[in-house]
Write a protein that binds this ligand. Structure first.
Ligand code: CO8
Length: 262
């Protein structure tokens, strides 16, 4: 494990099936996302994404907070002029451009920009006591990193409106029922379970994993017809890979596949 700025990076697994774990590490401010922390997060994500030994990423915070939102003290005195001209927070979207899957492992508070970052990940799993919310309305603003757009796709209009308009928090169980959270674990087991899930994903053929993420994300952007066409083309392309031959041969020979990620 090594510390880089305000994130801690751990790598598990020595060869290609490895998982890269990024832990937000700004405990004094409940991992409030200041610009520097987000820069460190994006850099860590990009470094692990381009590392051949890593097949899946996990993003987590502390037991008390995944992240309590964008840093309010850093934002407070900003002006419209500055926010608009610099397209404030637009670059945070770089975290969604990673090509390997990212699992958000959420314990504790997951609020505002923190909830938005969890939704930028591909799978969200949560500790039983996790609390999700979009409390920006209490600060006289609205979500600025996907809270009005990704949340509605994840949990539907009525629940998204409820969360964004009241600022009320929802617990892990409610969010699992609503569809944002894939699985819930005891808080102390959460990160181990995330790494276990990441290891399973990393053990699959790398190209099929990356294409699967790309195809599912395309569904958020295009019509069904276009999405189906994209999926089919990706599916066709996988017949050019060694892993497709190996995966199907292994099935027919009743053995585990030995993927080479080619
Ligand atoms: N920004 C700055 N500092 C924070 C933040 C934050 N978002 N959240 C907590 N802190 C600080 C507190 O100021 C406090 O600092 P200090 O000890 O120096 O006084 C420390 O963290 C501990 O916090 P509390 O004492 O408040 O801890 P509690 O356990 O009493 O309460 C809460 C925990 C409920 C999480 C509370 O801290 C809270 O309500 N935090 C603010 C939550 C919030 O409003 N978040 C939304 C922020 S706006 C936003 O995220 C806009 C997103 C923009 C786009 C992002 C693109 C991805």
């Amino acid at each position: 494990a090594y510390v880089k700025g305000q994130v801690r990076i751990h790598r598990s697994g020595k060869t290609e099936g490895g998982v890269g774990l990024i832990r937000l590490n700004r405990p004094k401010a409940l991992n409030a996302l200041c610009d520097d922390l987000f820069k460190d997060l994006v850099h860590a994500g990009q470094a692990l994404d381009s590392d051949d030994d890593i097949g899946c990423l996990v993003l987590t915070g502390s037991t008390k907070a995944f992240a309590a939102g964008a840093d309010i003290s850093e934002m407070k005195d900003r002006t419209f002029d500055h926010a608009y001209k610099t397209n404030m927070f637009a670059w945070w979207g770089q975290f969604t451009k990673l090509s390997k899957p990212v699992i958000a492992a959420v314990n504790g508070f997951c609020l505002g920009g923190g909830c938005e970052v969890a939704m930028m990940c591909d799978i969200v799993i949560a500790g039983e006591k996790a609390r999700f919310g979009q409390p920006e309305i209490n600060l006289g603003v609205i979500p600025g990193g996907g809270g009005t757009q990704r949340l509605i796709r994840a949990i539907g209009k009525s629940k998204a409106m409820y969360m964004c308009l009241t600022g009320d928090m929802m617990g892990a169980e409610d969010m699992e029922r609503a569809g944002l959270v894939a699985k819930i674990f005891p808080p102390d087991d959460l990160v181990d379970e995330a790494v276990k899930m990441g290891t399973k994903i990393a053990s699959k053929g790398r190209i099929s994993v990356m294409m699967c993420k790309e195809a599912i994300n395309v569904s958020q952007e295009v019509s069904l017809e276009e999405g189906l066409r994209f999926e089919r083309r990706m599916f066709h392309a996988l017949f050019a890979t060694a892993d497709q031959k190996e995966g199907m041969e292994a099935f027919l020979e009743k053995r585990e596949p030995n993927f080479t990620h080619k």
